[in-house]
Ligand binder design. Structure first.
Ligand SMILES: [Zn+2]
Length: 64
């Protein structure tokens, strides 16, 4: 199993050591932009928030 030279995940060109794992700063920026837009799409993944919401649902379902 011989691996070819690392390929840029954005444009599939060969990567340069100074921009790894990308071929250029442009591709690194593109990837970062994707990553950030994905992160901003999710309003909150704070575990404490989720626990609060779950506790609220449980209290609502169980009359006591
Ligand atoms: Zn690239």
């Amino acid at each position: 199993m011989t691996q070819p030279a690392n390929k840029c995940p954005i444009c599939k060109r060969e990567t340069l050591p100074e921009h790894r794992p990308f071929c250029s700063k442009r591709c690194a920026d593109v990837d970062l932009g994707k990553w950030l837009s994905g992160a901003y799409a999710i309003p909150s993944d704070d575990p404490e928030d989720a626990e609060d919401i779950l506790r609220g649902i449980a209290d609502h379902d169980r009359p006591h």
